[in-house]
Each structure stands twice: as structure tokens, then as C-alpha cells.
Ligand binder design. Structure first.
Ligand code: UD1
Length: 369
């Protein structure tokens, strides 16, 4: 049985790594199973610190295929990936393509496989923000509608897929592969030297990540964010690893000057250092998807500055505060948290480090029975 898993952008690497590991473990346990698990990197993210560092840290092998597509408009990027991926599929004729998450590589590769009648498994299916102005929402809906196996992380995903008329038989509630990676890498994160190298005291700083187009592509909005960070920096040190999209905007809008000394700007960090930073932080402010889940698992206060979340369990039972995209509300909430008003959370069902094993077992059973 031949399977190709697709990675493209930063949030994909930590989702495919534990799946690759689970396939390898199964092969060791049962050497009669003939499984070939190959990895295709579309090249959507290409900088060392957006891509290669994750392969190294997560123990992912060099990709078997590298499409080298890079950046571009949505149409260019998606179409470029489809054209290159189709060639791989025609040569390799895999039995299954696995895609993860919601980036442009996810829809590009699932659509290409589907049109060639190759089965598609979508890991992290069913999440919905109900905001179609987010490119990720469109990617999620379309990928789910053409997938044959839909692996769901939280119960909202089951409800959403039911409402969209997806057959129950295709849908599996398995937990969260990103949490598998987190659990696997915590021992290494605990040895990271990032705190001393940035001059931080554990438990006494804020981590910030902001990269969504609606927050960083407009000067007024990004200036508001920097203003808020400068005020919060009067109270706590802030570490802000700057995404390439955000960096471009800060440069273009001339916002790199007038940043408070307590705001530590860094390049995007590797996974191990980043996990170490959020695990020991007092507060996280983000517009990311995955960090909402990582913070809930780690029991860390997280403010999500977006009007909606596709991961509602992190707000309903986790430690996530969804505050909208008005940064005055973010600042008020941050000040409340810093003065001790913290939310208690619980870890969602099946976020136990075993999601990848469940997924691999379901796939193998379905192909061998
Ligand atoms: C993509 C995903 C988003 C995810 C994010 C994580 C889509 C639609 N969006 O957004 O869901 O949260 O990745 O990072 O797939 N760039 C570099 N070096 C790189 C990668 C990108 O300089 O290695 C630059 C690009 O040239 C571009 C900008 O960063 O100007 C944005 O990259 P792009 O891949 O278009 O989308 P992201 O904003 O990273």
C-alpha cells in the first residue's frame, strides 16, 4: 500500500510528523504489512525557519518529493501546486493521499488526487469558523467535501460535517495529531535555552504571534497592534516572533521604529523553542489557529484576536479567550489576566497523544479488510 502525505506550510509539519512515526511503528510491529509512507512538500513555505527547522526537530525525513512552488497569489499558488502534484500522482499511483489542516496546499493536493480517483484522507476535518472571508475556511469546506476519510479533532467538527451532509461512515473522531507532536516534544522543549538567550524569566512574559492578512496587511490595524504591545510592555516583557508576512508589512509601513525595549522581536522560531516559550508564558496573544489548541492543552491563558474561531472547544472548555479583532478589547482582557483573572480549562477528549495511532489503524484496517 502506497500513501503520500502532503506538507506545505509551517502548521502542517507538526501534524504529519506523528503520523509518519505511527506508520513506522506499525511496520516494526508487523513486518508483513507492506506500507510505503511517502512525504511530499509543496514548498508553500520555503525559508529555513518556516520549514527546514521543523523537519530537523520533528524527526521528519527529507521529503520524497519537493514541488518548490513558493509564494504567489492564491490562484497561482494553488494552481502551481496542483500542476506539480498531478505529475507525482501519475508517476507514483498511490492508494491514498493524506492532507492536513487548511492551507492552500491542503485543497490543492486533495482536489488533484480526487480528480485522479485517488482516495483522500483529511486530518483535522470539520472545523468551521463560518467566516468565508478567511481563505482557510474555504479550503476546509472544499477539502472536506471531497475527502473519503475525515479525521476530526473536536466534537464541533462532527456536528459541522453532519450539517453539511457528509456520510457518518466517512467521519472518525480521533483526537488531535498536533497535540501528539506537542506531547512528543515537551521533554526536548523543557531543555531549550531560549529563556536565557532572550533574557526572560519563566512565568513572567507574554508571547505574541500575529500574521492573519486582516491584522497585518493594513497600516492602521498593524499600528494599533504595535501601540497595544508598547503599552503592555510597560508591565511585562513581550516576545514577538515575527512571521514573514508581518515582517514585510512592518517594514513597508515603517513600523519597526518606536518599538518599546521590552518588546523582543525575533525571527520565526523553531518548534522546540516556541513550545518552550508558550509552556512557560503568563499569557499568549495570537491570531493563529493551532496555538489556540496548544495553549488549551498546556493550560495557558490565550487571547485570540479574531472575531471567530474554528476551534470552539478551546473557548468553551479550554483556556482560550476569543475577543474579536478590536485590539482595545484585547488590551483590556490582557490587563485583566495579568492582574489574576485567569480562566480554568480542561483538556478536550482524545487530546492524549494517540490520535496518529488511531488514524493509522483506521486507514490500515480499511485497506486490508
Ligand atoms: C499560510 C496559511 C495560513 C497559516 C500560515 C502559517 C494559506 C491560505 N494560509 O499563510 O493558514 O496560518 O501559512 O504560517 O495557506 N513567506 C516567506 N517565507 C516563507 C513563507 C512565506 O517569506 O517561507 C512570505 C511569502 O512570500 C508571502 C508571505 O510570507 O509574502 C505569506 O506566505 P503565504 O504562504 O502566502 O501565506 P501565510 O500568510 O504564511
Amino acid at each position: 500500500m502506497k500513501i503520500i502525505s502532503v506538507v506545505g506550510a509551517r502548521p502542517n509539519f507538526m501534524k504529519v510528523a506523528p503520523v509518519h512515526k505511527a506508520f513506522n511503528q506499525l511496520k516494526i510491529k508487523n513486518d508483513k504489512l507492506k506500507i510505503e509512507h511517502l512525504i511530499c512538500h509543496t514548498g508553500q513555505h520555503f525559508d529555513f525557519n518556516m520549514s527546514k527547522v521543523f523537519f530537523d526537530e520533528l524527526g521528519l525525513p527529507e521529503p520524497d518529493f519537493y514541488l518548490g512552488v513558493g509564494s504567489g497569489s492564491h490562484a497561482q499558488q494553488t494552481a502551481g501546486i496542483m500542476i506539480e502534484f498531478e505529475k507525482i500522482l501519475l508517476n507514483e499511483k498511490p492508494d491514498l493521499v493524506i492532507v492536513v489542516g487548511d492551507v492552500n496546499s491542503t485543497i490543492a493536493c486533495s482536489l488533484t488526487a480526487c480528480k485522479l480517483h485517488i482516495k483522500v484522507a483529511h486530518i483535522e476535518a470539520g472545523l468551521r469558523s463560518f467566516d468565508r472571508s478567511m481563505p482557510e475556511e474555504v479550503n476546509r469546506i472544499l477539502t472536506d467535501s471531497i475527502s473519503d476519510y475525515l479525521f476530526v479533532t473536536e466534537k464541533s467538527g462532527l456536528e459541522n460535517l453532519k450539517h453539511e451532509g457528509i456520510f457518518d461512515q466517512k467521519v472518525y473522531f480521533v483526537g488531535n495529531v498536533m497535540i501528539d507532536s506537542l506531547i512528543n516534544l515537551i521533554p526536548k522543549a523543557d531543555k531549550s535555552g531560549i529563556h536565557s538567550s532572550l533574557g526572560l524569566t519563566k512565568g513572567n512574559y507574554i508571547v505574541v504571534t500575529i500574521h492573519r492578512p486582516h491584522n497585518v496587511d493594513f497600516k492602521e490595524k498593524l499600528s494599533e497592534i504595535i501601540g497595544m504591545l508598547n503599552r503592555l510592555a510597560e508591565k511585562r516583557k513581550i516576545v514577538f516572533p515575527v512571521h514573514p508576512r508581518t515582517k514585510k508589512s512592518m517594514d513597508n509601513f515603517g513600523l519597526m521604529k518606536n518599538i518599546h525595549d521590552n518588546v523582543i522581536l525575533t525571527d520565526p522560531l523553531g518548534y522546540i523553542d516556541f513550545i518552550s516559550l508558550i509552556k512557560n508564558s503568563e499569557l499568549i496573544i495570537t491570531d493563529s489557529g493551532g496555538i489556540q489548541e496548544e495553549s488549551t492543552f498546556l493550560g495557558k491563558q490565550c487571547i485570540t484576536c479574531r472575531p471567530t474561531t474554528e476551534r470552539p472547544i478551546t473557548v468553551e472548555t479550554g483556556t482560550n479567550h476569543l475577543v474579536g479583532d478590536d485590539f482595545r478589547t484585547t488590551e483590556i482582557t490582557a490587563n485583566e489576566i495579568l492582574s489574576g483573572h485567569k480562566k480554568q480549562g480542561v483538556i478536550p477528549p482524545l487530546w492524549d497523544g494517540k490520535a496518529s495511532e488511531r488514524i493509522v489503524e483506521i486507514i490500515i484496517n480499511s485497506f486490508t479488510h
